[in-house]
Ligand binder design. Structure first.
Ligand SMILES: Cc1cc2nc3c(=O)[nH]c(=O)nc-3n(C[C@H](O)[C@H](O)[C@H](O)COP(=O)(O)OP(=O)(O)OC[C@H]3O[C@@H](n4cnc5c(N)ncnc54)[C@H](O)[C@@H]3O)c2cc1C
Length: 398
């Protein structure tokens, strides 16, 4: 089976790996000139850790861990209200691992680059789905026919727009904006994360073992506030306005955005679709079931989704429609359980009123002094762990 994958992120490279292992012939087209390095930290939990193990990457992932030792919640004066170890702060249990998105992407890419055809600096311009295959025209003018096309091109998937329709139908704004970018490590953080919670706006900064500098991240309530995705200056103005007059280190962190090459700004959104497949086209990862960065499960969903899609397609013996149906029925429950985390988590990450912030800070500082605080912390991690393990992975080896 000849499969074209659009997007060489985590979902796309992992899908290429598994398709190749099952004897299919994947081609990956990526809009960027190369695999993106660095980036923010992401978690690999539960079933996704099993996928990583079956790919033979567990040791490499362990080696590349961010090694963040812990995190603290701070108040406007910078006082640490509560501190936790890295795993509790990041909602991880057991072997769950935290790694930079770009490091994981590179590891999977390196595993596939000799056997998979990667077309960088190109993209799908048009798709014509027919009974014998999908005719694809690329931006570069290249033309080819594939048995199946998979959109692994993220939240704003172009493949989804071409095959299913405009993104307004599928991308649901959760009422918040998220921004993240690299900043100088002016607080001298050593593998530590600091989170400041203001009314309707949260700001955090962290350093990892893999960065020389630090990252600043902002999450703020922005009910339906539209912005232009191509206008970086406008996005930076929005961010500055949202945090106007905010205390702690916020002004200094915001100063870093002018020079940040990796400035990222978007709505916090989820993708919800009744079907992930149409004709010979299907979707995987954020393109199909983005759970939002607030879920902390986007990468795990992408890894598990890629594993299941490749396995079901390969075991359907050329019947792509059967493979797509099984992919949907195997994965849908897992995707929905993980999507439920997004709205739940964001309400804890961004508090709507001053009274809520005051109450949460008081509870946190009390909790920090309680003898049973570890049990309370375990309760916070429990729903994430349950969602992360809400699938038993088949073995598709033949
Ligand atoms: C700020 C932020 C914080 C996050 N935090 C976490 C976290 O803590 N834990 C977690 O698990 N997940 C987190 N995520 C989510 C996680 O990054 C994704 O869910 C995960 O990487 C899976 O993404 P993907 O491969 O489906 O899509 P993406 O990572 O978006 O990759 C899509 C790829 O497609 C390419 N592409 C786009 N358009 C085209 C096109 N037209 N043609 C060809 N190529 C194209 C892109 O360049 C990219 O390489 C976070 C995301 C963000 C933005």
């Amino acid at each position: 089976m000849n499969v074209l994958i659009s997007g060489a992120g985590i979902a796309g490279t992992a899908l290429a790996y598994w398709l190749r292992r099952h004897g299919c012939t994947p081609t990956v087209v990526e809009r960027a000139p190369a695999i993106r390095e660095g980036g923010y930290k992401i978690d690999i939990r539960g079933a996704a850790l099993e996928v990583i193990t079956r790919m033979g990457l567990l040791e490499a992932v362990r080696r590349e861990r961010t090694d963040v030792r812990g995190g603290s919640i701070v108040n406007a004066a910078g006082r640490r209200v509560a501190s936790m170890d890295g795993d509790t702060f990041g909602g991880r249990t057991g072997e769950d691992a935290e790694i930079l998105r770009g490091d994981l992407n590179r590891l999977i890419y390196d595993l596939t680059r000799d056997e998979v055809d990667y077309l960088f600096d190109d993209a799908i311009a048009s798709l014509t789905d027919g009974p014998d295959g999908v005719d694809v025209v690329f931006d570069s003018g290249r033309k080819a026919r594939y048995d199946v096309v998979v959109g692994a091109d993220g939240l704003h998937s172009h493949t989804r727009a071409l095959a299913f329709g405009p993104e307004e139908r599928f991308v649901h704004d959760m009422g918040y904006h998220v921004s993240i970018f690299s900043v100088p490590n002016h607080l001298g953080l050593d593998r530590w994360e600091l989170t400041y919670v203001g009314a309707g706006r949260t700001a955090l900064t962290y350093s990892t073992a893999k960065d020389t500098g630090a990252k600043a991240m902002f999450l703020f309530a922005a009910d339906g506030d539209a912005f232009d995705r191509r206008d970086r200056a406008q996005q930076q103005r929005r961010l500055a306005e949202a945090y106007k007059d905010e205390g702690w280190e916020v002004p200094e962190l915001l100063r870093g955005m002018a020079d940040a090459e990796d400035f990222y700004f978007d709505t916090l959104s989820q993708v919800r679709m009744d079907r992930w497949s149409t004709g010979r086209v299907t979707l995987v990862g954020d393109a199909a079931y983005c759970a939002s960065p607030a879920s902390g499960q986007g990468t795990s969903l992408a890894l598990v989704g890629a594993y299941v899609l490749a396995g079901e397609l390969a075991s359907a013996d050329g019947d792509h429609a059967k493979g797509f149906d099984r992919y949907e029925s195997e994965l849908r429950h897992f995707a929905e359980e993980n999507q439920k985390l997004g709205p739940k988590n964001i309400r804890q990450m961004v508090m709507r009123s001053r009274a809520q912030v005051w109450f949460a800070m008081t509870m946190l500082s009390l909790m920090a002094r309680l003898p049973g605080k570890d049990r309370l912390a375990a309760k916070v991690v429990e729903p994430i762990h349950r969602a992360a393990t809400a699938i038993s992975l088949k073995s598709y080896e033949r």
